[in-house]
Ligand binder design. Structure first.
Ligand SMILES: C[S@@+](CC[C@H](N)C(=O)[O-])C[C@H]1O[C@@H](n2cnc3c(N)ncnc32)[C@H](O)[C@@H]1O
Length: 188
């Protein structure tokens, strides 16, 4: 068996936690690749809530979903993920964050430590037992290093009775490759 690479591993974790009929969150919609992936996982009777602060991201994702006839499975919100609990009315089985800037977009628009941590806390309280939050941390840009450090400090402080917290990272790669933080809620 090969060691699974970062992006495939993020999807493996999501697909293990999310079943048809359940609810998922894409906290950073961007170009919509993960939104589409989640829309397939939740099936016809489930639902996905997707958040992004950039109009461009919402529009691109909307057309991507329309092309595949999956838009009805998704609510796209042109809002920051720090507002997640105002918009997601039900328990969640899985959520994904891809931190940093929109590939091919404005590199000055990035996720930030307080809003990311606030959204993770809110989703953690919405998670079902054995539900998962997968965070792909991009830390090649200066703001990304600060976000990585604050996020690691926060997740390391999550009570081990509440959740299992995993860091998945290749240790010998150069140039700050992305890594995963996964938070799996435990049964009460
Ligand atoms: C790395 S990109 C996401 C890539 C995406 N998963 C894909 O498949 O293309 C990060 C996205 O986070 C968005 N973002 C930044 N701050 C945000 C916030 N507070 N709430 C929601 N999205 C935010 C950016 O606009 C950007 O589109």
């Amino acid at each position: 068996m090969k060691i699974e690479r970062i992006l495939p591993f993020a999807r493996t974790l999501l697909s293990q936690a999310i079943s048809p009929g359940e609810v998922a969150v894409d906290a950073t919609v961007g170009n919509g690749h993960d939104t589409l992936f989640l829309a397939n996982l939740v099936g016809e009777t489930g639902h996905v809530y997707g958040f992004d602060i950039q109009d461009e991201a919402i529009m691109n994702t909307q057309s991507k979903l329309q092309e595949k006839d999956l838009l009805h499975r998704v609510t796209l919100l042109h809002k920051g993920h720090e507002h997640v609990s105002e918009h997601v009315p039900t328990k969640v089985s899985g959520a994904i964050f891809n931190l940093g800037y929109l590939p091919g977009g404005d590199k000055a628009i990035v996720t930030t430590p307080p809003t990311t941590i606030s959204a993770v806390k809110q989703i953690l309280s919405l998670l079902k037992p054995e539900g998962i939050i997968v965070i792909v941390v991009y830390h090649g840009h200066p703001e990304g290093q600060e976000e990585r450090d604050q996020l690691l400090t926060f997740v390391e402080s999550i009570d081990q009775q509440e959740a299992h917290v995993l860091q998945y990272k290749f240790l010998n790669q150069q140039n700050n490759p992305p890594f995963i933080i996964a938070i799996e809620k435990r049964s009460p």
